[in-house]
Design a protein around this ligand. Structure first.
Ligand code: BDR
Ligand code: CA
Length: 327
């Protein structure tokens, strides 16, 4: 039986690949809806991008809900420098028209609340945690009935990508992240923190992209179109040939837990000062506090790409070349 999930996201190049992956794992994941928050792109743009991806996947039946248009307290800082002027790598794909997709009347938080009052679904969070924090404020009981939360965000030993210590999703809305981690602590549950320690190991290289295009030209070309800008960004900033695709790892890990390993810990989010957005991971148990997070530190990169290729490209066989290309 597939597990029902809400994907809370800010598409975003790697978010788009993550949505595509989730929709390609129907035996493991059933996407009940996609909720959008301001993050990589302003919320309207992220909403439009989610629709573009759904259209490419021929899945405009999946409902998309507009969420928070800014962080709870901080000024909004988007990441269009990373994701391109259209948030989708300057692919400038045509907008999905109102005839093709009828807008939902509910907003993201209402949809989450309504769904959770009915059934216990999980949430895969790929952007700032603003929508989830708003749900906690509105209906903690509904939040408490979320089956599991897997969140791409934070870092333990890795350096940040917005400051020496902070990762974008939590840096963008540290107050929301702090509320979510605090609430997990209060209700005695654990959030799965898929942070930069593991996602930095997921690099889509030109070779892997080329391989994708040969195996499935349509999906490969689409991926190339939306990642070209991202490749250039990584070269400019990190002298890395390829691009780190953070968000698809959260999806793959949700479905296949043995892809990553880590440890349970108490985690707090810094909301002020030079460390704003940092995940303070009490790995040495200084506070003697029960864990509220599973902090992932190891990933089997090769197996991730095997999952990514076999599901997204719908391959029957495991690709032989992958072991070489992932080195
Ligand atoms: C996260 O921030 C965004 O740029 C990506 O979509 C990912 O969710 C990585 O820090
Ligand atoms: Ca994201």
């Amino acid at each position: 039986m597939p597990q029902k999930v809400i994907i809370d996201t800010d598409p975003g190049i790697d978010d788009s690949l993550a949505i595509m992956l989730a929709l390609s794992m129907p035996e493991e994941i059933e996407v009940a809806g996609i909720t959008i928050a301001a993050g990589n792109a302003p919320v309207e743009m992220g909403y439009g991008n989610a629709l573009k991806v759904l259209k490419f996947m021929d899945r405009l039946d999946v409902p998309v809900f507009m969420g928070a248009d800014r962080p709870l307290k901080r000024d909004f800082v988007n990441a269009l420098d990373t994701h391109g002027a259209d948030g989708l790598g300057e692919s400038f794909l045509p907008e999905v028209s109102e005839e093709e997709y009828e807008r939902q009347e509910m907003n993201a938080v209402q949809f989450m609340q309504e769904t959770l009052q009915r059934e216990a679904v999980s949430v895969i969070a790929l952007g700032p945690l603003t929508n989830l924090a708003m749900l906690i404020e509105k209906d903690p009981c509904a939040f408490g009935s979320i089956r599991e939360i897997v969140s791409m965000g934070g870092s333990f030993r890795s350096h940040g990508n917005c400051s020496p210590v902070a990762e974008y999703n939590y840096w963008c809305d540290p107050d929301a992240a702090a509320i979510v981690y605090r609430e997990m602590d209060r209700i005695g549950k654990m959030i799965h923190m898929v942070g930069l320690d593991v996602t930095r190991r997921i690099v889509l290289t030109p070779d892997l992209l080329d391989y994708m295009k040969r195996l499935d030209p349509r999906t490969g070309d689409f991926t190339q179109k939306i990642t070209k800008f991202y490749f250039d960004f990584h070269w400019e900033w990190e002298h890395l040939i390829g691009c780190v695709i953070n968000d698809p790892l959260a999806v793959a890990y949700f479905a296949r837990r043995d892809l990553c390993r880590g440890f349970e810990s108490y985690v707090q989010i810094e909301t002020q000062g030079i460390s704003i957005g940092q995940t303070v991971v009490d790995s040495m148990h200084f506070y003697r506090h029960t864990p509220n997070a599973v902090v992932l530190t190891e990933v089997d990169t090769m197996r991730f790409f095997r999952t990514f290729f076999t599901c997204l490209l719908q391959m029957e066989e495991e690709p032989d070349l992958l072991a070489d290309l992932c080195r």
